[in-house]
Design a protein around this ligand. Structure first.
Ligand code: ADP
Ligand code: MG
Length: 607
């Protein structure tokens, strides 16, 4: 060990930069947040070579007073908080007073600004040099607001620079940052250019329609068309935004935006609550898409837990978790065939569900289906041969004509899933509504209906508990045993009775009777760890749902059962009335829809 010496300004800042300045995108994030904190409503971002050569952010905010310019670039200098009380009530995006000092220590940074107080006078430009980062000030023309130019990022920290990816990758991360921030402030105009090419021009969005338009521009039109708008408020919490229909799921968790008081976050608690809300309707291994905003009192959330402020801590995490879960759960349960019909109806809607037929996916999907229907394959006039589908039943024809008559009667309200016209190979129901053709997977649909009925029946009863003949002893960690001790009531509500018998040992006395065949030790361990982490657990619920789902599957109409037209219509009406009936218990769609327009296109009619 050698003697101790004081680090130079620049080195100290470079060390701090390690935490906040990971790549060009992190610079963009910090600078955009500064501009928003300065009250700007017009932001221009110019990027060259993925941000490594140049990042330039121009705003029309309040600007920085000449006398403060040098200070702004030094560490622990901020105008956003002054004392501890402020720290507990943060309303600005920044507050650590580190970003500019850090960025300027690892790049060639120049900042030009003119504050409102500078009046008509000139703006001023500041840059730093040397190990002690001396500030140079010179007059420069600038309208009110601030422009920050960051050149040659990491030019003096080669080790850092080596970790950068290709220009394209770095730019796509910048793009993602701009998108995230653009979704957090609908009132602000954003322009993003890369190598002098315009990437985004987002106008301020005021009306709901304009906001939805921005969401479409940022997340793609298909997302907006395949999502529902939610808005809920309770006990000081407000949640609003767009969540995807379960059938518009994605293979990656890449379309998930969650804001807490306007700040984007990635939080385990939030992810868990959302996932839980989708649990019953999402195809295994798929991810929901959402743009959601949670608003609550600033004092109810701690944002100072991570240098990049991507994580937050809720004072009452359980309340937040339950609120998110129940709001979204309700919203998703309420999705009815009529909503999905709207989504399917809008042009170009494209659920990413494998093989989803809600609408044309793309040109190639289009061709795929056309091939299936190719005339050459049909082998001539077999339309009426009836040898595959059984003899044409005169009774059936009669019913079909009645259905048709019902559709024709203009005053009749045609239900969203229409009226059944036939059954195909004992598997699918064909139905027509005013706009086109509906195909229903009979078994999948019935399974969901049975399942939802069983769940309701189950919910209305108390969870029946059953004592174990031989109480099961499990060794656990001390914190798990503590949890078993002081969360007795929560656990009893879940149908589990536990008793702590030693520092690190518990005994299971009773369990929900429906789960008597489950792996009880595993279940109890999982439940304890959930309760420890989230304050609640949905394991029991999810195990119970699984059992019910299996039972429902066995109790549902099997394939190849002939249904009469009235029976089919009854099933369609049940689907319309049943929650989550758009997906079977495994998250696959229960019905698909083709409008007359789409059918006409298949046959190249009117082209
Ligand atoms: P923080 O944002 O945490 O306060 P920064 O290092 O990012 O720390 O910025 C330091 C200070 O410089 C800010 O508190 C603010 O007063 C000022 N500042 C930075 N960027 C801007 C801007 N675009 N417009 C006006 N003031 C700014
Ligand atoms: Mg800042």
């Amino acid at each position: 060990m050698s003697r101790i010496n004081l680090l130079s300004q620049r080195l100290a800042n470079q060390i701090a930069a390690g935490e906040v300045v990971e790549r060009p995108a992190s610079v963009v994030k910090e600078l955009l947040e500064n501009s928003l904190d300065a009250g700007a409503d017009k932001l221009e971002v110019d990027v060259e070579q993925g941000g490594v050569k140049l990042l330039k952010i121009k705003d029309n905010g309040v600007g920085i007073h000449k006398d403060d310019l040098a200070l702004a670039l030094s560490r622990h200098a901020t105008s956003k908080i002054a004392d501890l009380e402020d720290l507990e009530n943060i309303r600005s995006l920044g507050f650590r007073g580190e970003a500019l000092a850090s960025i300027s220590s690892v790049s060639r940074l120049a900042m030009t600004s003119r504050s409102a107080e500078d009046g008509d006078g000139n703006g001023w430009k500041v840059s730093v040099e040397g190990q002690e980062m001396e500030a140079n000030l010179s007059p420069a023309a600038h309208p009110q607001g601030t422009t920050v130019e960051v050149r040659d990022l990491f030019f003096n920290t080669p080790a850092r620079k080596k970790f950068l990816k290709t220009e394209k990758t770095e730019f796509s991360r910048i793009d993602e940052v701009v998108k995230r921030i653009a979704l957090s402030r609908f009132d602000v105009m954003f322009n993003l250019n890369h190598n002098q090419r315009a990437i985004h021009n987002l106008l301020p969005a005021k009306s709901d329609q304009e906001k939805q338009r921005r969401v479409g521009l940022v997340c793609g039109p298909a997302f907006v068309e395949n999502s529902v708008f939610v808005e809920m408020e309770s006990s000081g919490l407000r949640l609003w935004g767009w969540v995807s229909l379960p059938t518009f799921s994605r293979s990656q968790a890449d379309l998930q935006y969650f804001y807490v008081n306007g700040r984007i976050i990635r939080d385990k608690l939030v992810t868990h609550a959302v996932k839980q809300a989708y649990r019953d309707v999402l195809f295994h291994g798929r991810h929901p898409a959402y743009v959601l905003y949670l608003e609550l009192a600033p004092s109810a959330v701690d944002v100072n837990v991570h240098p990049t402020k991507h994580e937050v801590r809720f004072r009452d995490s359980r309340l937040v978790h339950d609120f998110l879960f129940s709001s979204l759960h309700k919203a998703l349960a309420a999705v009815k065939p009529s909503d999905q019909m709207l989504a399917a109806h809008s042009q170009g809607a494209a659920g990413e569900f494998p093989g989803s037929n809600y609408s044309q996916q793309s040109d190639s999907g289009f061709v795929g289906r056309q091939e299936g229907l190719s005339l050459a394959d049909s082998g001539g006039q077999t339309y009426f041969s009836g040898d595959r589908s059984g003899a044409v039943n005169p009774n059936h024809v009669q019913q079909q004509m009645e259905t048709y008559a019902r559709l024709q009667a203009d005053d009749a309200e045609v239900p969203p899933l229409g009226y059944a016209i036939a059954q195909l190979h004992g598997i699918y129901i064909l139905a027509q509504n005013k706009e086109g053709l509906i195909v229903v997977d009979m078994h999948a649909a019935h399974e969901r209906i049975t399942y939802e009925r069983m769940k309701t029946a189950c919910e209305n009863e108390e969870l029946k508990m059953q004592p174990l003949l031989v109480p099961l002893s499990i060794s656990v960690s001390q914190s798990e045993a503590d949890c078993a001790d002081n969360q007795k009531k929560t656990l009893l509500n879940l149908g589990i009775e536990l008793e702590r018998v030693a520092e690190e040992s518990i005994i299971v006395r009773q369990i929900p009777s429906i789960l008597r065949d489950a792996n009880i030790e595993q279940l109890v361990r999982d439940v304890l760890s959930d309760v420890l982490e989230y304050g609640s657990s949905d394991r029991i619920q999810s195990h119970q749902d699984e059992m019910l789902s299996t039972m429902a599957c066995h109790g549902s109409v099997r394939a190849n059962r002939q249904l009469s037209i009235p029976e089919m219509n009854a099933l369609l009406r049940d689907m319309e009335a049943t929650e989550r009936s758009g997906q079977c218990n495994h998250g696959r769609p229960t019905w698909v829809y083709q409008s007359m327009d789409e059918l006409d296109k298949l046959f190249l009619r009117g082209q």
